[in-house]
Design a protein around this ligand. Structure first.
Ligand code: ADP
Ligand code: MG
Length: 612
């Protein structure tokens, strides 16, 4: 129930929708139930039963005899008046006219109420989807390495939809069907209280059967959604790794993995729908039995003169009673469907509730210039229990080029990730000038830094937009200037549409070196004082490596740069080289100093000269 109301709370301001909705629904209920209630007098008029000109006794003589709420009494009264005035044919026309008007109005109000409900549903979905995506974008990096992308995608893409179909779908049921039910019940009581009381005794029995059916649905819904999320994960991995899958002839393996999950999902949904679908025929059968019971019992009352129901009333009663089953059934169906919606809702809410672990301190300051340097003081970091950085003390002075080298797995990338606060040190602190980075607003901290990684992260968009990425009001000249610095201008002009060329998913239409130069242009355009380069050339062939290296050298001019380079020859001119091994700084100094040191750096250099 809590989940349900929280999901509903996304419909804020709900009064805006609820008040007119309830109003229109009430009007709809009044008009549509009246039509059936009026059926009795209509039939009586037609077949000369009870009140008519030839039987003046049956006419309710005075208006004061009829109680204010006895609608059918009033109807009868006026019908008879009409008969007296215009004759039977005229009265029939009048009755039909009233019924047509009532149906017409009833349906107008139904349409209006449905429109409101639809916009409420769409509005709620919009809000939920936005809340999920906003929150996902604000989560810390660590979350994404622990969660599967497919899981998140399935939540935003399909589970929100499930919520629409069941949770907001039940809204309609919650507001409308009980009103209809009450409307019909009032009419039934008006026609015959006795018959109604007895017939209602059967409802708990129907309720029992339905609840038996929907019992297991919840656990099945959980399993179904997990399985669906797995499928999306597999799909995502298969699409992004399609080249490798083909290269390793692993298509069959991948197909089988997807197939197995697909089959599992189908099995669960089949089992679920078996139950869900069962609810309908069962309640159908129950309702027909109930109607038969009412006919039997009503007939018994009439035969034995225990009731003063006339033919018209009895037929109207049965018609009303059969209509009563519709809202009752709708309520039952909604209950059998709501489970999948609630389960999806819970999963979505869990994602919305996930708190980012790296947030701005309440008194965080904005820092927009960089004056002196970055300092690491006793910084340690661990992934879970594994220590990756141990008590690192370092100074990265402004305006210098600093290189991080060391064996793979030594913690270089981890150290670089600490600076923009992608991850948080376990102990110790990091200072930019004299501000602890935990006291700086992350947006302004990250604004000081530019990034170029080993994998070029590009988007399926034009070259221009990939370079201008996220910046507003960038001119063509600025983008071109950045591209020139990044050695990219010439190749961009050679593409089909120049800067307007679409580069495909993740930039697949470009070569690795070209992609990387676009990433560099993007960093140049941003013009941050600090550059972080993590093995920016390691994925490239020698020729494009040279072009990219030139671009990088341009990029690093007049900046503070921290570089992780796989090829040590490229960082020999660095002002400071830091050698990191197993999470500790084992050496630091200039190239010549370190060579003279005869330590790890020298061994690494020798290894590279030897291998090539
Ligand atoms: P490198 O010096 O090669 O850049 P990294 O900083 O990437 O090394 O990694 C340092 C160590 O941390 C490695 O042993 C790696 O296995 C581990 N590691 C890196 N990222 C994660 C992660 N997200 N979760 C757990 N361990 C990680
Ligand atoms: Mg690395």
């Amino acid at each position: 129930m809590k989940t349900y109301f929280r999901l509903l709370s996304f419909a804020k301001p709900i009064e805006k929708f609820a008040i007119p909705y309830i109003l229109f629904t009430l009007l709809y209920v009044v008009f549509s139930t009246s039509v059936l209630g009026l059926l009795g007098p209509l039939l009586n008029t037609l077949f000369h039963v009870g009140a008519c000109k030839c039987d003046p006794q049956a006419i309710p003589v005075k208006a004061s005899d009829i109680s204010t709420f006895d609608v059918s009494g009033w109807f009868k009264y006026y019908t008879n008046h009409f008969i007296a005035l215009y004759g039977e044919w005229g009265a029939l026309k009048f009755v039909c006219g009233v019924i047509v008007c009532a149906v017409f109005l009833g349906n107008i109000f139904r349409y209006l109420s449905q429109r409101i409900m639809e916009s409420l549903r769409i509005h709620t979905l919009l809000k939920i989807r936005k809340a999920v995506f906003d929150n996902v974008m604000n989560l810390h990096m660590g979350y994404f390495s622990n969660e599967r992308k497919g899981d998140i995608m399935s939540k935003i893409a399909s589970e929100v939809q499930t919520v629409q179909f069941s949770v907001t779908g039940t809204l309609q049921v919650v507001f409308k069907e009980p009103l209809l039910l009450i409307g019909y019940l009032i009419w039934l009581f008006v026609i015959s209280a006795k018959l109604t009381l007895i017939s209602l005794l059967i409802i708990p029995i129907a309720g029992f059967f339905i609840s038996r059916i929907v019992k297991k649905l919840r656990s099945q819904a959980v399993a179904a959604q997990n399985s669906y999320a797995n499928m999306i994960s597999y799909l995502d991995e298969a699409l992004s790794g399609i080249k490798i899958i083909k290269a390793f002839n692993a298509t069959d393996f991948i197909i089988k993995r997807f197939d197995d999950e697909n089959i599992r999902f189908s099995k669960i949904t089949r089992a679920m729908s078996k139950r869900q679908q069962l609810a309908s025929p069962v309640s159908e059968a129950l309702s027909v039995s109930m109607i038969s019971f009412v006919v039997l019992y009503g007939g018994y009352l009439i035969f034995n003169k225990k009731s003063d129901l006339d033919a018209g009333q009895f037929i109207a009663y049965i018609a009303l009673f059969s209509q009563l089953m519709r809202p009752a059934k709708a309520i039952g169906d909604a209950f059998s469907n709501i489970h999948s919606g609630l389960v999806a809702g819970e999963r979505i809410l869990a994602l919305i509730d996930e708190k980012p672990q790296i947030v701005d301190a309440p008194d965080a300051v904005v820092v927009d210039d960089f004056k002196e340097g970055i300092h690491l003081e006793n910084v340690s970091f661990a992934y879970n229990e594994r220590e990756v950085l141990k008590n690192v003390n370092l100074t990265l002075p402004k305006g210098k080029t600093i290189a991080l080298v060391g064996p793979s797995g030594g913690g270089k990338s981890t150290m670089m990730d600490l600076l923009p606060r992608f991850i948080e040190p376990k102990s110790g602190r990091i200072l930019v000038d004299d501000h602890d980075i935990q006291q700086i607003k992350t947006t302004s901290l990250r604004g000081l830094m530019g990034f170029v990684n080993q994998e070029s992260i590009l988007f399926n968009d034009t070259i221009f937009n990939n370079i201008a990425f996220g910046k507003i009001g960038v001119t063509q000249e600025e983008v071109e200037a950045a591209a020139r610095i990044a050695n990219a201008h010439n190749f961009i002009l050679e593409t089909d549409n120049g800067y307007e060329t679409n580069i495909g998913d993740r930039g697949t239409k470009l070569s690795g070196g070209q992609r990387q130069r676009i990433c560099i242009a993007r960093a140049v355009l941003n013009n941050p004082p600090i550059m972080l380069l993590d093995e920016a050339t390691s994925a490239l062939d020698t020729e494009s490596e040279k072009l990219v290296q030139d671009a990088l050298n341009n990029l690093m001019k007049n900046r503070t740069s921290l570089i992780i380079a796989h090829r040590l020859s490229t960082i020999q001119n660095a002002d400071l080289i830091i050698v990191l091994e197993d999470g500790t700084v084992v050496e630091q100094g200039s190239h010549l100093e370190l060579l003279a040191n005869n330590g790890l750096y020298r061994r690494l250099i020798d290894m590279q000269t030897f291998t090539g």
